[in-house]
Design a protein around this ligand. Structure first.
Ligand code: G
Ligand code: G
Ligand code: MN
Ligand code: NA
Length: 253
């Protein structure tokens, strides 16, 4: 079990790392990367964010962790650019607490300023819950992000209670279909219908669609047929440290 004190030590000792998972477009070119937090505990080894983010949310420790992650992701993209590997777009996951803080936008602006990362290279992943909790405040924040040219994706799409219809008035750019639907795509008519429906409706609303958790060639081919825009999953590439990402990008033709 992960304890608050362990987490405090991890923050102080900077035991966190970011791994990056490539997202590929329909032409097989790199569309961007998703930054995924990792905790490298000295005794317990690697601990998944799924195991410590819920605790960090309740203690508020998510705030320094998130600020570190955002800063790191921006710095890492700048480092890729400086090495001539291109202006790579990075998606950072946001926690509800972070998004709802009154100084969220100010912190974000400050991070872009200090790292020098162009805002167009940053996108943020939010879950549906963030938007339904405090709808009015959330919509204002989304408009501010759009005016800054920061992209916004709805993560884990399809697992919440809301429908695509609520997206029509929100200034977002992308939906990411939850990997549970992709997982069953080729075994379940229901899941196949849901995936096709999401893609078709999202396109009518002018949104791009990412399929996450693409693990098999069969799933990939189906999604291509359904006109999905962007693909993420172990079939294409696993999350990897920055050095491995550099090699990955350098070997793309
Ligand atoms: O990489 P992995 O499958 O272990 O991620 C598990 C969960 O942790 C995912 O839901 C992912 O969105 C979340 N996550 C990964 N990195 C971050 C981060 O930097 N901040 C927040 N808030 N969540 C993250
Ligand atoms: O909630 P979110 O979508 O941010 O979570 C992303 C998580 O999904 C990361 O922890 C990442 O490691 C994981 N992931 C990425 N690709 C795949 C995949 O193809 N299969 C599975 N099972 N997990 C994946
Ligand atoms: Mn995500
Ligand atoms: Na997801």
């Amino acid at each position: 079990m992960v304890l608050r004190n362990d987490l405090q030590e991890a923050i102080e000792r900077e035991e966190f790392a970011l791994h990056y998972q490539p997202l590929m477009n329909r032409e097989g070119k790199l569309a961007g990367v998703e930054a995924l937090l990792r905790w490298e505990h000295p005794d317990k080894g690697f601990i998944s964010p799924a195991r410590f983010i819920p605790l960090a949310e309740t203690t508020g420790q998510i705030i320094p962790i998130s600020e570190w992650a955002l800063q790191r992701a921006c710095q890492d993209m700048q480092s890729l650019a400086q090495q001539g590997l291109g202006k790579i777009r990075v998606a950072v996951n946001l926690s509800p607490l972070q998004f709802q803080r009154s100084n969220f936008l100010a912190t974000l602006r400050q991070t872009l300023l200090t790292t020098g990362l162009p805002a167009e290279q940053l996108s943020l992943e939010l879950t549906e819950g963030i938007l339904t909790d405090n709808a009015e405040g959330a919509i204002d924040t989304l408009h501010a992000l759009r005016s800054m040219h920061i992209g916004v994706s709805i993560d884990d799409f399809g697992t919440g209670y809301s429908s695509l219809s609520y997206l029509k008035d929100l200034p977002i750019s992308t939906v990411k279909i939850d990997r549970s639907f992709i997982n069953e795509l080729t075994n379940s008519y229901d899941d196949a219908a849901i995936v096709q429906g999401i893609i078709s409706m999202a396109h009518h609303l002018g949104l791009k669609v990412v399929a996450e958790g693409v693990e098999t060639e069969e799933q990939y081919q189906r999604l291509l047929g359904y006109q999905c825009d962007i693909f993420q999953g172990y079939l294409l590439a696993k999350p990897m440290p920055l050095e491995a990402l550099e090699t990955f990008i350098a070997h793309l033709s």
